[in-house]
Design a protein around this ligand. Structure first.
Ligand SMILES: CC(C)(COP(=O)(O)OP(=O)(O)OC[C@H]1O[C@@H](n2cnc3c(N)ncnc32)[C@H](O)[C@@H]1OP(=O)(O)O)[C@@H](O)C(=O)NCCC(=O)NCCS
Length: 173
């Protein structure tokens, strides 16, 4: 059973295994790796993790809460809730980002993680969560649809047509 964990330096080797599986040059959705982040050395990784954990961390997209999807000590993926984002950025990139390492895909990991984070969205002040994905990204669209996402807009970008979904977050209990 996977868990969502706040980024932690304790998982450095496991995180690097996932990072290496992703491969160089590929954008790792949701992990928040900046071009200047040193994730390889112990010290650099600890600094990067600290920056992710700081409440209200703003790495260019407003405040973001990040979690890693972890099972049996393995990092399967990451998910980020951009809860402090402007309406313009929300429209462009959405509130949620997620990525699952290639060998863990196709077994419900992303659908589970998105459901979990939706359950936490109200505690960050979001009643509704926007998800933006390329029309060509069928797997991502299936994930959003599986958690009740409703298509609200489709538009063209230089990278291809993009869909925006709105997903209701369960109210705080
Ligand atoms: C999108 C992504 C997160 C999905 O992760 P996952 O753990 O494999 O997703 P799940 O197993 O929960 O479910 C995926 C759904 O997509 C379907 N799917 C998986 N791969 C697919 C593909 N290549 N084409 C079409 N559908 C696909 C699955 O069948 C499932 O749908 P179903 O429930 O109707 O059967 C993963 O592919 C990924 O990390 N991609 C790269 C990063 C990315 O695109 N992030 C999202 C940015 S918006």
């Amino acid at each position: 059973m996977p868990q969502l964990l706040a980024p932690t330096a304790d998982l450095h080797p496991a995180w690097l295994a996932a990072h290496d599986e992703w491969g160089p040059g590929l954008h790792e959705d949701s992990f928040g790796i900046g071009p200047d982040d040193d994730v390889r050395t112990t010290e650099g990784f600890a600094t990067w993790v600290r920056s992710l954990r700081e409440a209200g961390t703003d790495r260019g997209d407003g405040a973001v809460a990040s979690w890693w999807i972890v099972e049996d000590g393995e990092v399967l993926g990451g998910i980020a809730l951009r809860h402090g984002i402007t309406p313009e950025r929300t429209r462009a990139v959405g509130n949620l980002g997620y990525g699952v390492r290639p060998t863990a895909r196709g077994r419900g990991v992303a659908t589970w993680a998105v459901g979990e984070v939706l359950g936490r969205a109200s505690s960050y002040g979001l009643e509704e969560v926007a998800v933006v994905c390329l029309v060509a990204n069928r797997a991502s669209a299936r994930v959003v649809e599986a958690v009740g996402g409703v298509l609200s807009e489709v538009w063209d970008t230089p990278d291809g047509a993009v869909r925006r979904y709105r997903v209701q977050a369960p109210p705080l209990s």
